[in-house]
Design a protein around this ligand. Sequence first.
Ligand SMILES: Cc1cc2nc3c(=O)[nH]c(=O)nc-3n(C[C@H](O)[C@H](O)[C@H](O)COP(=O)(O)OP(=O)(O)OC[C@H]3O[C@@H](n4cnc5c(N)ncnc54)[C@H](O)[C@@H]3O)c2cc1C
Length: 416
Amino acid sequence: MRYSALKVFTQGLTGNKGWKPVWREPDPKPQYNVIIIGGGGHGLATAYYLAKEFGIQSIAVLEKGWIGSGNIGRNTTIVRSNYLLPGNQPFYEMSMKLWENLEQDFNYNAMVSQRSILNLFHSDSQRDAFVRRANAMMLSGADAELASAEDLRRELPFLDFDNARFPIKGGLFQRRGGTVRHDAVAWGYARGADLRGVDIIQNCEVTGFDIKDGVCTGVQTTKGAIKAGKVAVCVAGSSSRVMAKAGIRLPIESHVLQAFVTEGLKPVLPGVITFGVGHFYVSQSDKGGLVFGGNIDGYNTYAQRGNLPVVEDVAEGGMAIMPMIGRARLLRSWGGLMDMSMDGSPFIDKTHISGLYFNGGWCYGGFKATPASGMCYAHLLARDVPHPHATAFRLDRFKRGYLIDEKGQGAQPNLH
Ligand SMILES: Cc1cc2nc3c(=O)[nH]c(=O)nc-3n(C[C@H](O)[C@H](O)[C@H](O)COP(=O)(O)OP(=O)(O)OC[C@H]3O[C@@H](n4cnc5c(N)ncnc54)[C@H](O)[C@@H]3O)c2cc1C
């Protein structure tokens, strides 16, 4: 069923009785051409583009929980392409272009809202670094705009410009950045993939791999064994646990990242704003809640809940740039599992086991990458060569010394 204004109108007149489930609930078949492990945003996008752009048939997505139960339904919904390094920036700009056309492409309302993102800077040296970043962004075709403190005083008068420790000296805007309704992205990709014949199998955990003589021929699951021509792992925060079942140790640690939502307020924030000294980012949802987050909890864990010191740290970041946030009441908070790589950048690569592929290491920034990650992973799976915008995301880059250390923090995931 194609969604359209006419459909909404006619369904409204006939009691909304004609809407169909958005995807089927099939039982797994004994064999597929491609099995994708993980029904998060990246896994579903990969299945969608594999079927749509590369014409691959007989695809299954195996999800241990339900669609949207992972980070795709837990993130703070920010999309942007304001990266610096050559391995990253063109990839994220490709993602931004896919976001811009996504709703028409998969015929689903994902509430793509290019309401802008502003990175505040608080010192002259930080301004210089942001100018460099803006130049790198423009070289890849992205938009970037430097704003002075005076510009920001006019546009965002509620910011604390004269904070004694962290005065705001200006900011870097990406006006095309913004937010997208996270779980609608999962539903839209799931629907688009299902329409093209992809089997989306929920409550189906992969418990092992069938590997013989260096070739992966299928997986063991809680719903039985399934054979496959290619097996594509795409499990985000569970990457190290799942790949360990294939005997592969990854340069990835799992940490928890928390998110927070306040009570609904009248519209006050026009876009996304980030603090330049600590780690704090905030936007306002269409329902009025301030949605914000900050640092990961700095210890390894697979628990999807965080601890109070980070709550305090995030609240301090908010108070430093926007004291009025102290009057808002916090309604909810939750945590998600982050697959933190050692240089803060992702992987989309084959493994040394024939037929086994890996996508992960998205850290706390993988939501914005969802469309490009799906497209590039599908390209790798269909053609067995990396997409031109994902050639740097290799598993052996640490061995070769080609790190993509966007933040310059070295091999300390807890600092990325
Ligand atoms: C609090 C928070 C805020 C964030 N904010 C942002 C943001 O503003 N912008 C941004 O760009 N990114 C953000 N991120 C990061 C982003 O959400 C993730 O990088 C991205 O969603 C990860 O990819 P995914 O959607 O495929 O992951 P997931 O949705 O986690 O998908 C992985 C799936 O694999 C499944 N799985 C695991 N093990 C198995 C198994 N053995 N068998 C079968 N299935 C399995 C899991 O159940 C899960 O559904 C945030 C994350 C969190 C937690």
